[in-house]
Design a protein around this ligand. Structure first.
Ligand code: ATP
Length: 449
């Protein structure tokens, strides 16, 4: 993990948020390569789950919503984690995390149970001090809307994108009247005031989600749940190309499920930090639409087109976290190997996700004829892979290859003196490190194959 974190910083994928001012815990900034990787992942998701299907509708709702949304959804009352305080340093920790680290099972326990376990097992803070009793800490970030900061102006930064979908369910049905089952999808920022953000971008306070609320006839929820679970695997294993052996399902026990869920399967991944939740699929019943009916006093009933049935649809929710997906993709791609006795680190990212698909270099940057020819090749390739071909004339060729391997560039193209005579280039492959001479006229076809 440390190697990946250091690579991410050094090569411009991910930086600590506000680093220049000493950082802000749980926030991260995306550098040029990180933005590209994240966008490729998010665009691939949007294409797979929304654009390539005719039962999905995209929305992009406001991040700050009427606080009634969060009262109705139960987040104001129950979106909380168990917190303990170090009685000496006053630092705060997740009680369940401290117990789990000590190898103690915390499935489905109340705050009182957790306090007892901490006392019985003599669990101390990481600084070795006594801990307070466990209490609940609401994770929503508060703000105020408008110029007056009082109780009446309190609003929240959304802790999940899901509610921006439920509040638009009625609008989408009015505008499109889709047949059931259908889904509404959204990508966007979510904010949680995590007690102890940790493990690089895995547990952040500001992160991005990609969620689908899939509306079904309650009679069919199990069938639709299984279909979406299968689809999630297909996305992770075929589109993200995560190794299937590292992807696992966890049927979350009732006591550990979110307050709205009747069934949840977490998809876990073998990260370098251990096996942890990558994403989840939850059966949310009619919990959310029912809350809206009650609080907003509007009917959320769906009338089938043949007029035979009227009901509030039930919901299956696949919920992906972008940061965790980026971490899974990076950790699956990161490898070290040895080439001609020299060790190298290489990101074997799949072609559909790599930030840079090819680099083009002149062998020597002080030879104008080589530079001109290489520029020609560069411009041509950019027409085929806009924004994904880089110019690189820094250092010597060996250094350029090492850098390209580290950021996962599948192809390095070098123009040398022979290129001027024969109209060809050297194309070097990231994975095999093999070099081949390829005619410039055939280069795009060669790289695409
Ligand atoms: P955890 O148990 O790890 O706190 P969760 O069960 O609370 O996660 P959900 O509420 O189901 O998470 O959120 C859906 C997805 O959003 C998660 O599977 C994860 O990918 C992502 N996610 C949740 N919290 C965070 C966070 N603090 N930082 C980054 N991603 C997160």
């Amino acid at each position: 993990m440390d190697d990946i974190i250091s690579l991410c910083k050094r090569r411009g994928f991910i930086y600590q948020g506000s680093e220049i001012y000493g950082g802000l815990a749980g926030t991260w900034d995306w550098g040029p390569l990180g933005v590209a990787l994240k966008r490729n992942i998010m665009n691939a998701w949007w294409r797979f789950f929304v654009e390539n299907r005719d039962d999905m509708y995209g929305v992009d709702a406001a991040i700050i919503m009427n606080p009634a949304v969060w009262r109705a959804s139960g987040h104001v009352a129950t979106f909380a984690d168990p917190l303990v305080e170090d009685l000496v340093t006053k630092k705060r920790y997740r009680a369940d995390h401290l117990l789990k680290t000590a190898g103690i099972d915390v499935t489905g326990l109340t705050n009182d149970d957790l306090t007892k376990l901490i006392r019985d097992n003599k669990i101390k803070s990481p600084d070795g001090n006594e801990l307070s009793e466990v209490r609940s800490f609401n994770m929503m970030f508060q703000t105020h809307v408008g110029p007056v900061s009082d109780e009446s102006s309190v609003a929240y930064l959304r802790p999940e994108t899901a509610q921006g979908i439920f509040t638009n369910y009625h609008n989408v049905v009015d505008s499109f009247y889709p047949d059931l089952p259908f889904g509404i999808a959204q990508q966007g920022k979510a904010f949680r005031n995590e007690i102890s953000p940790r493990d690089f971008i895995f547990r952040s306070r500001e992160f991005e989600q990609m969620e689908i609320e899939y509306f079904v006839d309650p009679e069919n929820w199990e069938k639709e749940f299984d279909k979406l679970l299968k689809l999630a695997h297909e996305f992770l294993e075929k589109v993200m190309q995560l190794p299937a052996v590292k992807v696992h399902e966890l049927d979350v026990p009732a006591a550990d499920r979110a307050h709205y869920s009747k069934k949840t399967i977490d998809i876990e991944f073998d990260f370098p930090i251990g096996r942890e939740e990558l994403m989840g699929i939850a059966y949310r019943t009619d919990f959310d639409l029912g809350n809206i009916e009650r609080e907003a006093k509007k009917s959320m009933e769906y009338r089938t087109k043949d007029g035979a049935k009227n009901f509030v649809p039930h919901v299956i929710e696949p919920s992906f976290g972008v940061e965790r997906l980026v971490m899974a993709v990076l950790s699956a791609a990161y490898q070290t190997d040895e080439i001609n006795g020299e060790s190298r680190s290489v990101l074997r990212l799949p072609n559909n996700l790599v930030p840079v698909f090819a680099t083009v270099s002149p062998l020597l940057k002080n030879k104008p004829e080589l530079v001109a020819k290489a520029r020609e090749v560069y411009e041509k390739l950019r027409e085929t892979w806009p924004g994904r071909v880089n110019w690189d004339d820094s250092g010597n060729i060996g250094k350029r290859y090492r850098k390209a391997d580290e950021i996962g560039v599948p192809h390095c193209i070098v123009v040398d003196f022979d290129s001027l005579e024969k109209d060809d280039v050297t194309a070097r492959d990231r994975d095999t490190t093999k070099q081949e001479r390829v005619k410039i006229s055939e280069l795009a076809k060669y790289l695409a194959s």
